[in-house]
Ligand binder design. Structure first.
Ligand code: B12
Length: 283
């Protein structure tokens, strides 16, 4: 009898721990779903906001014009005609039909990030990616006078030094290049270091440059591990309040990833950068 009761109690214990394990697991799954859902909502919100802002800035008619500009650009871009594509954009900038911010955010970034490769081109997809990236790079470098014009127009004063780079082995540097211009427009002395930064050299330079912000761009999520290490090491050697901002494709699927690599901020858009710079950097 006594033995039977013990067995029942034991069964109850197993059942209780099984149920609580199940509920922990469910809670974990639920948390994961919640985070995934929050990130989807956030993405949808920022897309809507961008569209809304575009209508706000240009009016309905202007927003429509912008769509037409985008369509024409995409046609030229798809044909990989560098000369015509670059000239088309330079004309639009000159005639003030578009500004650098919209060009980077709404035309060039989606053109690269939503790049498609037809089945018949499957053996030359990477080749095509390189050709298209080169077209965008030329456009971005040609934009510098407009970046300076925008900076003067916004007149934000001196907002400190920012260093923009990619971690070791990260060769996707166009996002970082555009971000560097965004910081310049906000009044920062932006130093673009670029892709595949050997981090020991960087640690040595940081003491001399003493930036207020280090902005790290990561596209390939395999490079998140080295990014985490880079941030950890950086925080160990810096004895002043340096802020670390991260961004890029590797962070897009989960809005909490930036905390996992030890960064202070995650940013996607030009407006995010404006907000960070105005809240962080006091001169
Ligand atoms: C163009 C491209 C290339 C070019 C890169 C040229 C260059 N020098 O930059 C080339 C052809 C060389 C290339 C090579 C490779 N690529 Co590639 N590439 C792309 C592609 C199509 C577009 C990337 C891009 O330039 N976008 C345009 C920029 C402007 O957008 P962005 O980076 O998102 O930046 C914006 C924002 O995110 C933000 N931002 C970005 N960084 C930061 C940082 C801060 C601090 C802030 C505030 C904001 C911010 O501001 C920017 C402006 O709006 C992506 C597809 C994708 N969806 O990302 C794949 C992609 C990134 N590549 C990928 C891969 C796998 C590779 C390769 C490893 C294999 C291959 N395909 O050959 C190699 C190796 C590269 C390496 N070792 O690093 C994968 C990565 C997947 C993963 N594991 O995470 C992707 C996602 C394609 C895919 N769907 O599989 N690639």
């Amino acid at each position: 009898m006594h033995f039977k009761q013990e067995k029942v109690q034991h069964k109850d214990q197993i059942l209780t721990s099984f149920t609580s394990a199940l509920s922990v697991n469910r809670r974990f799954e639920f948390q994961k779903e919640k985070e995934k859902y929050a990130s989807l909502v956030q993405n949808a919100k920022s897309n809507l906001l961008r569209e809304h802002k575009s209508i706000g800035r240009y009016g309905w008619k202007g927003a429509n014009k912008m769509e037409k500009l985008k369509e024409k650009f995409n046609l030229l871009f798809e044909s990989e005609n560098k000369e015509e594509t670059v000239q088309f954009i330079l004309d639009k900038l000159k005639n003030k039909e578009i500004d650098v911010i919209d060009l980077y955010m709404n035309i060039l970034t989606p053109a690269l990030n939503h790049m498609k490769c037809n089945l018949e081109d499957k053996y030359i997809c990477i080749w095509k990616e390189h050709v298209k990236t080169a077209i965008v790079r030329t456009i971005v470098e040609c934009c510098f006078p407009y970046v300076i014009e925008k900076k003067n127009e916004m007149n934000c004063g001196n907002r400190g030094t920012v260093v923009v780079l990619c971690p070791p082995e990260e060769y996707h540097d166009l996002g970082a290049r555009m971000v560097s211009d965004f910081f310049t427009m906000c009044g920062c002395n932006s130093i673009f270091i670029g892709s595949n930064t050997p981090y020991e050299d960087f640690y040595n330079a940081i003491h001399i440059i003493r930036p207020s912000i280090v902005a790290i761009s990561v596209s390939n999520y395999y490079n998140l591990v080295v990014t985490k290490k880079m941030i950890e090491d950086l925080k160990k050697i810096i004895e002043y309040p340096l802020k670390i901002v991260v961004g890029g494709n590797a962070f897009h699927d989960d809005l909490t990833k930036f905390k996992k690599v030890g960064a202070d901020y995650y940013a996607i858009s030009y407006q995010d950068i404006v907000n960070i710079v105005s809240s962080e950097v006091t001169i």
